[in-house]
Design a protein. Sequence first.
Length: 68
Amino acid sequence: MDLREIVEKYLGLAGAYGKPVPLGGFGLRRQDTERLFSAFDEDYHISRFFHFSYSSGESYQINGFPHT
């Protein structure tokens, strides 16, 4: 999944920018979700745009920090 696909998937789930979406909603296995979002955050600093947070729901480790 490339960055464009992630953004398109996000918009499909959220309906608009700025709305929270669970990481599990992207439909990837846990390991793939953690690896993909960690890599994009390291390469493109996507956490400036994807505001990761930790709340109720399935937890994922993105760059060593828990996020939902």
